[in-house]
Design a protein around this ligand. Structure first.
Ligand code: NI
Length: 182
């Protein structure tokens, strides 16, 4: 078990496209997933992409509010998203409809921005054992997948904000809500 430092915006490794996973049976992949899980849990992230801990592979994980007794202190108000390991993902929007919603990122600590995302999409890829995943989702689930897969393409959410007036410090944007964001 290892909790890693998360790279912060400005680090060029966050801007590089990640390589697909070729060997699903490797010990390195299994260890990477354990480390990503430990790191996401320790920081109360909704998701984490391998490049955020300096590993240029197409691996993302996410999980939000699966335990109603322990709401995520970063996103206490959003609907549950099951714990998922998604490798070599392919996203297909299911309509042209987009909606704006507030996002944060462990690589952009202390800040939130209003980001447009597709409201419904299909995602395909593989789980940690190489079994196929094929899901159609909407709402925050669709949002978190788009955010994490962006990391695999070197895209951070501030690059998608339409109006930089909708970008700021979490404590200032949401006073008194005590949203954890560091
Ligand atoms: Ni992020």
């Amino acid at each position: 078990m290892a909790i890693h430092d998360v790279l912060k915006m400005g680090d060029p490794r966050l801007l590089a496209p990640a390589r697909p996973v070729a060997d699903f049976a490797s010990l390195e992949l299994a260890q990477l997933i354990v480390d990503m899980h430990d790191t996401m849990r320790a920081l109360n992230g909704a998701g984490l992409a391998a490049p955020q801990i300096g590993v240029s592979l197409q691996v993302v994980i996410f999980e939000v509010n699966v335990n109603p007794l322990q709401p995520n202190p970063r996103y206490p108000e959003v609907e549950p998203v099951p714990f998922t390991v998604l490798i070599n993902p392919v996203l297909t929007p299911l309509s042209d409809m987009m909606e704006e919603g507030w996002e944060g990122c462990l690589s952009v600590p202390g800040m939130r921005g209003l980001v447009p995302r597709y409201t419904e999409l299909r995602y395909q890829g593989f789980d940690a054992t190489g079994q196929p995943i094929d899901r159609s989702v909407s709402g925050f689930h669709a949002r978190v997948v788009q955010h994490e897969v962006d990391h695999l393409n070197g895209v951070l959410y501030p690059m998608r904000i339409r109006n930089l007036r909708d970008f700021g410090y979490t404590e200032t944007l949401f006073p008194g809500q005590h949203l954890q964001d560091d």
